[in-house]
Design a protein around this ligand. Structure first.
Ligand SMILES: [Zn+2]
Length: 165
């Protein structure tokens, strides 16, 4: 069984102070996440990234404002996308929110669990944004699915400091 790095939604709109849905301090994680990527890759471990990937009319924009629209700068990863061995897209259905990398809010799969299973991965180090929303939901599902989870808060930033799992 294998251990992978899972980077949640580390995208321009969340990470850049000029992004549409900036998570305070997220850009300061860049060096740390870069170091983690190097560490995993040098140990032949995979790096998996999730991306919020919304169509232009996504209903969550009513609550959050426009962010992470498909094929726009806001949805690009805040690190070299080529470093991600696999990217999981979420929030594609215009009517369904998907906070977790694993399942949307109606229980539909984003394909992450299936991908990890196919790669024989059972252990995850999880970093990214926002700690209290997409990271928390992803961690919660990962634990329920039986993964051994390391939530590395040094690589996370959130809107709120308190997370509820
Ligand atoms: Zn979103």
């Amino acid at each position: 069984m294998k251990h992978a790095l899972l980077i949640v939604d580390y995208q321009y709109d969340f990470v850049s102070p000029r992004g549409n849905l900036y998570v305070p301090g997220a850009e300061k994680l860049s060096d740390y996440i870069g170091e983690l990527i190097s560490k995993f890759k040098s140990n032949n471990k995979l790096v998996i990234a999730t991306k919020d990937w919304h169509p232009a009319n996504h209903y969550s924009f009513k609550q959050w404002g426009n962010h992470c629209e498909q094929n726009k700068i806001g949805s690009t990863l805040f690190f070299d996308e080529k470093l991600a061995d696999h990217i999981v897209l979420k929030g594609i259905d215009p009517m369904i929110e998907s906070y977790s990398g694993f399942y949307d809010e109606k229980g539909g799969s984003n394909g992450l669990h299936e991908k990890l299973q196919s790669l024989d991965i059972n252990e995850l180090t999880i970093v990214g944004v926002a700690t209290d929303i997409c990271v928390a939901n992803t961690v919660s599902h990962a634990v329920k699915l039986g993964y051994k989870v390391h939530l590395d808060l040094n690589g996370c930033a959130g809107f709120e400091q308190i997370i509820t799992l």
